[in-house]
Ligand binder design. Sequence first.
Ligand code: AQP
Length: 340
Amino acid sequence: MTDTKFTPRVFSGIQPSGNLTLGNYLGAVRRFVEMQNTGIETIYCMVDLHAITVWQDPADLRQRTRELAAAYLACGLDPQKSILFNQSQVPAHAQLGWLLNCVTRLGWMNRMTQFKDKAGKNAEKMSLGLYAYPSLMAADILAYKATHVPVGEDQKQHVELTRDIANKFNHDYKVDFFPEPEPIIDGAGTRVMSLRDGTKKMSKSDPSDLSRINMMDDADTIAKKIRKAKTDPEPLPDNLDDLAGRPEARNLINIYAGISDQTPEAVIAQVAGQQFGQFKPLLADLAVAHLSPIADEMRRLMNDVTEIDRILGDGANRAAEIAEPILADAYDIVGFVRSR
Ligand code: AQP
């Protein structure tokens, strides 16, 4: 339930940890743009502090942060309407992050499935930052007292943890200070799966480039990746129930639905009976028509990184104006002496 005493405010972010994928676009950026246009205050971040929880080459990180900013702009985010910035330029994220580390319980962190997925059998070799990632994410959201967080399905658990952290802070200090933000998880693209394995999430950091469509891929590459996407020999059925046990087929239907902004039910009704030899070219044409103009605009914007940096700096100033007083109040609540 939304806390009505808090002004509605949207916050979300994406890591500049690789090429932006179709999954990030359908699960997150498209929702960001929709929310921007509802009139609610919207704050969107390139979460570079999160990106370095796993190794990032410094030059690549700089380039990817700017590319992600270009993607935000090319997809329709408007720096006049939304606050766009990279996280490291607003120190309040890390500062509030520390406070929340001291509120968050280890038992809660041990339940986070994303850490388990990313660490696999190598947990001992992972950074402390990767483990603490969800509590920094809570700080990202709560530094703005954001009430709504558009994310893909995989981030739902982290937003729920943010609610627990906000609630515990309020309870421990006997205040009604932080809202309990709600995840906004909408549409057919909330969990886009790998093109090589329909049981695995499409991810920027998957070692196989064939597993994902990158927003900067050219038309031939998109068509090739869809052509090579794993499928099965059966034709498409006329209802979604009959796709149970066919995760790759279900994923391609979902992707078609996500891009064309239809329900998967509507798509399956249109393509019932088709073999993948028929359906894949339709999907490739749709993806190329939708994504190519975005990639062209990203390339155009990347020709002027000075302008991108200016937008990020301006956004960071506006973000800091909101976050700093909230952080100062949190410091007072905790009992820190502030005398300068
Ligand atoms: N496959 C996906 N389908 C739908 N939504 C997705 N998101 C990510 N993958 C999919 C959503 O994109 C937003 C940004 O994600 P992130 O960069 O913060 O980290 P992530 O969820 O870990 O995404 P990746 O692509 O898998 O990055 P890496 O490989 O670096 O870890 C979030 O809203 C997420 O839900």
